[in-house]
Write a protein that binds this ligand. Structure first.
Ligand SMILES: Nc1nc2c(ncn2[C@@H]2O[C@H](COP(=O)(O)OP(=O)(O)OP(=O)(O)O)[C@@H](O)[C@H]2O)c(=O)[nH]1
Ligand SMILES: [K+]
Ligand SMILES: [Mg+2]
Length: 492
């Protein structure tokens, strides 16, 4: 019987649908025979520019531009004189590299030209390449798309690569590198394998259920595998917002009564004069957003109008916008004037914003709040804490910078909790797409548990597994691939 079961494991692994392999992953077959070329380094004047080609005519292109010399040894940089194959005119003395497929980034034959970065050299070499038969300029993301089509990268690794190219903060870079290294891919593959095993057990029961030889408890085993998987998926889904925040930035909002120093704090954290600061209460009227790197995490920081009542219509609108932004924020930086804690506007702010947030969350979400008492320089030096009865708070002076280090450390902790810490935490789901398929998988597992007969149970397991393989690019829909590859620049 066990031989029969393992045949079934193998069959379930192959499945009635697409096989789970990177090859044939749903990306278009690399366009028949075309060889593409592009400038892969940034645009503009620079020391060295890298131009590369991918496709079967790469070797021919390299030979044409470096004639009469032959191809250099594989993967070794060689100095060559580049000339235009049409006129023979010298273009540059450059380092060239030859990467015969499949041991190349795309899996195809590739060539690289490391030329001097002047615009005339770059355009001369690009034009010369365009004159070689079979070569055409690459489209955005085409190199990476070819790498995906040849099984060099899974879809989550492609996404990691795109994120790495766009990473602006340290935490983003770490996260992207981990995804590029295939961590999320391995996780999903492991889950998919668990489902393959469960499916094999169910199919064994369908085929041999009446057979006395069938090991007892085969179905129970499938059930317990599914249960364990549900727990793991649930934990990752609860974390899903974190990965997305790390990718696109956490939303932090600075709120407080008028003149507390909100705009001063925004300018201090963003290290530039984003907002107007003045002694006049009601200076800021609108929501002012600025992207900042706070302790290595990407943050979209919003300055807002001071919260108060009984003001003119324009300021009232500002207050309404501030309150709306407050509701949407991941992190609230509540600012009060430490020398003015007894004023009606301070008390009102504490009662309506700070205390409710401390008692749980203002609107049932996972918002976090840091209470900052600004203008500590106005307090008597070495005096007692001005506000022992307040919720936990930090003292700061935007004027002298006192307390800034403490605030940054507190921010780092809050942001690590909000975005996940890519130096220690398990791999994160960085895109809504990942979340969608994980949820789809969980829903299908729910159907499995409710299935009235075994055929439906097996189908539910297949659907669940299909969602997991789509995360890494198996059987992916063409539109999804288009969206993902559009994120890339030409030359990548
Ligand atoms: N002494 C002292 N003054 C400060 C400090 N921070 C800000 N101020 C002053 O407080 C006044 C108000 O600062 P803003 O940053 O405009 O305050 P705001 O909360 O944005 O004010 P509105 O936009 O009007 O609500 C300005 O005169 C600042 O120079 C501080 O740490 N110490
Ligand atoms: K002000
Ligand atoms: Mg202001």
């Amino acid at each position: 019987m066990w031989r029969g079961l393992w045949t079934l494991v193998a069959r379930a692994a192959r499945g009635p649908r697409r096989p789970y392999t990177r090859q044939g992953s749903g990306a278009p077959a690399p366009s028949s025979g075309a060889t593409v070329f592009a400038l892969s380094s940034g645009q503009g004047r620079c020391g060295i520019a890298v131009i590369r080609t991918s496709g079967p005519a790469s070797g021919q292109a390299l030979r044409s531009l470096t004639a009469p010399r032959d191809l250099p040894p594989a993967r070794k940089a060689c100095l060559r004189l580049l000339s235009d194959p049409r006129s023979g005119e010298p273009l540059d003395r450059a380092l060239v590299l030859w990467f015969p497929g499949p041991q190349s980034f795309t899996g195809e034959d590739c060539a690289e030209f490391h030329v001097h970065g002047g615009p005339a050299v770059v355009s001369g070499v690009l034009q010369a390449l365009g004159s070689v038969p079979g070569l055409r300029p690459a489209e955005a993301g085409e190199f990476t798309r070819r790498a995906f089509a040849h099984g060099k990268l899974s879809l989550t690794e492609v996404e990691g690569l795109a994120d790495l190219i766009h990473a602006e903060t340290e935490a983003q870079r770490r996260q992207a590198l981990r995804q590029l290294d295939g961590e999320l891919n391995h996780l999903c593959r492991g889950w998919a394998e668990t489902l393959t095993k469960a499916l094999a057990h169910v199919e064994a029961y369908i085929d041999f259920g009446e057979d006395d030889n069938l090991e007892e408890g085969v179905l129970d085993q499938a059930d317990s595998e599914v249960r364990e998987l549900e727990v793991a998926l649930g934990a990752h889904l609860r974390d899903a917002r974190r990965g997305q925040r790390l990718r696109s930035g956490a939303h932090a909002v600075v709120v407080g009564p008028p003149n507390a120093g909100k705009s001063s704090l925004v300018n201090l954290l963003s290290r530039k004069p984003v907002s107007i600061v003045s002694p006049e209460p009601g200076t800021t009227r609108d929501v002012l957003e600025t992207p900042v790197d706070l302790a290595g995490f990407p943050v979209l920081l919003s300055d807002t109008a001071g919260l108060r009542e009984g003001v003119g219509p324009v300021e009232q609108e500002g207050v309404r916008r501030a309150q709306k932004r407050l509701e949407q924020a991941d992190l609230i930086l509540a600012v009060l004037d430490a020398s003015d804690l007894a004023s009606p506007s301070s008390c009102n702010f504490l009662d309506t914003v700070v205390i409710p947030a401390g008692a749980g969350s203002p609107n049932g979400s996972n918002q976090r709040l840091l209470l900052v008492l600004n203008k500590s320089d106005l307090l008597p030096a070495g005096g007692p804490d001005p506000s022992p009865d307040l919720p936990p708070h930090l003292l700061l002076s935007c004027l002298t910078g006192d307390g800034l280090d403490g605030l940054l450390e507190a921010l780092r902790k809050e942001l690590a909790a909000l975005c996940g810490d890519p130096s220690t935490d398990p791999p994160l789901l960085t895109r809504a797409r990942h979340q969608h398929h994980l949820q789809g998988c969980l829903d299908a597992l729910g159907h499995y548990k409710q299935a009235k007969d075994l055929a439906l149970a097996a189908e539910a397991l297949r659907v669940a597994r299909g969602h997991l393989t789509r995360i890494t690019g198996g059987g992916g829909a063409e539109e999804i691939l288009d969206i993902i590859f559009r994120d890339f620049c030409v030359g990548k």
